[in-house]
Design a protein around this ligand. Structure first.
Ligand code: PLP
Length: 421
């Protein structure tokens, strides 16, 4: 059952309770390889589900528009201080509702509609909110987009520099959602300085790796850092904006009153709990194990002949290009899900197929590493992925169901926070 237990939902709303319970069990039984997902601790779940959700706190600690902040003020201050200490930044705002609103606040702080901004194109691995055309950020700003090189699958910093010097963007975003390689923050910082732009490092995917010392930090290079709290950082759904002292007040004003109303105090508490966990030595081990596992999985997939964008990984994420495997990303992801292995279909750079049926499969190790899987298990997972993709190409569903049972058996040996048998 769900852990912590939800007896009051069980009795008052069994329909919803059954769905929550079903999801908890699903998360326990599957090998969850979506790289933006994780399992938060029971402590984080508990903090998220508290009476803090009842309280309005528009403003910031010591400067609120509602009375009764005796407990919320110290709580938000602790969350901010923990973020500052963990990442080594001057300033942290823990109020953004999620990663996209955090990025919108950055635009509001430093750019006006119609201004030029620059980010990585979505199909190249960037995020919607970095100026992609269907996003408000692509509609309201003049977005110029960089990508990766066709031959290397990596960001071409010469191209980024040429584009920045030609277009003079106000903001340059680095980071993204499907980047399997280390982000060169010093190089981006040099380009931004030369172009007169503010560098925004969006570390949503890799925040936990940075906190745990398994990826270089943008601190000292990027004036503004945005992140979600729910990916490798293993906190609740939420976000933070961190910055140098210089940008602090512009960013705070942009979040409130510029973009948002009251902060979600229950989320702030859960962020504080997650940051406390991420400051422990065990979290360093976790972050390094995530990378070790991803490299092992990438190696095992490559050994089976699969093409990986950029040839492998430096972090938690692998992007498989299935072009030569004779199957699209979507049918492959659906077959894998049936086989108990959860991934997501994704475009690959220069994808000849359409975004709703692309050539790629995106996977990663943050969640299975939280469960306790080690490098030795990755060979087995790669074997299952290979077998499932091969079976899917032949529409062999019995094989998929057999694998699902084997996956369930493996995962049952590893406890999942959020579920007790
Ligand atoms: C996930 C992600 C976001 C957006 O987060 P949401 O909470 O889904 O809005 C923004 N930027 C990057 C790079 C991301 O990976």
């Amino acid at each position: 059952m769900h852990n912590p237990p939800i007896p009051h939902v069980d009795s008052s709303d069994p329909e919803i309770a059954a769905l929550i319970g079903g999801e908890a069990r699903r998360q326990y039984e599957k090998a969850r390889l979506i790289p933006s997902e994780n399992y938060v601790s029971v402590a984080v779940l508990e903090a998220s589900g508290t009476v803090l959700t009842n309280k309005y706190s528009e403003g910031y600690p010591g400067r609120r528009y509602y009375e009764g902040q005796q407990f919320i003020d110290p709580l938000e201050t602790i969350a901010r201080d923990r973020a500052k200490a963990l990442f080594g930044v001057d300033h942290a705002n823990v109020q953004p509702y999620s990663g996209t609103p955090a990025n919108l606040a950055v635009y509001l702080a430093f750019a006006a509609p119609g201004d030029t901004i620059m980010g990585m194109a979505l199909p190249m691995g960037g995020h919607l909110s970095h100026g992609w055309s269907v996003s408000a950020t692509g509609k309201w700003f003049r977005a110029v987009q960089y990508g990766v090189r066709r031959d290397t699958g990596r960001v071409d910093l010469d191209e980024v520099r040429d584009l920045a010097l030609k277009e003079h963007p106000k903001l340059i975003f680095c980071g993204g959602t499907a980047i399997p390689r280390t982000i060169d923050f010093p190089a981006f910082a040099a380009i931004a300085a030369e172009a007169g732009a503010i560098l925004v490092a969006d570390i949503a995917h890799i925040a936990g790796l940075i906190a745990g010392g398994a990826h270089p930090s943008p601190v000292g290079h990027a004036g503004v850092i945005t992140t979600t709290t729910h990916k490798t950082l293993r906190g609740p759904r939420g976000a933070m904006i961190m910055s140098t002292a210089e940008h602090a007040s512009a960013l705070d004003r942009a979040v409130f009153p510029g973009l948002q109303g009251g902060p979600h105090n229950h989320t702030t508490a859960a962020i504080a709990v997650a940051l406390h966990e991420a400051a422990r030595p065990e979290f360093r081990d976790y972050a390094h194990q995530v990378v070790t596992n991803a490299k092992a999985l990438a190696g095992a997939l490559a050994a089976r002949g699969y093409d990986l964008v950029s040839g492998g990984t430096d972090n938690h994420l692998i992007l498989m290009d299935l072009t030569s495997s004779g199957i699209g990303g979507k049918p492959a992801a659906k077959a894998l899900d049936r086989a108990g292995i959860e991934t997501n279909y994704n475009t690959v750079p220069f994808d000849p197929r359409k975004p709703f049926d692309p050539s790629g499969l995106r996977l990663g190790t943050p969640a299975v590493t939280t469960r306790g899987l080690r490098a030795g298990h990755m060979e087995q997972i790669a074997a299952w992925i290979d077998e499932a993709i091969t079976a899917a190409a032949k529409a062999d569903e019995t094989v998929l169901d057999r694998i699902a049972g084997e996956v369930r058996d493996l995962m049952s040996a590893f406890p999942a926070p959020g579920w007790t048998r």
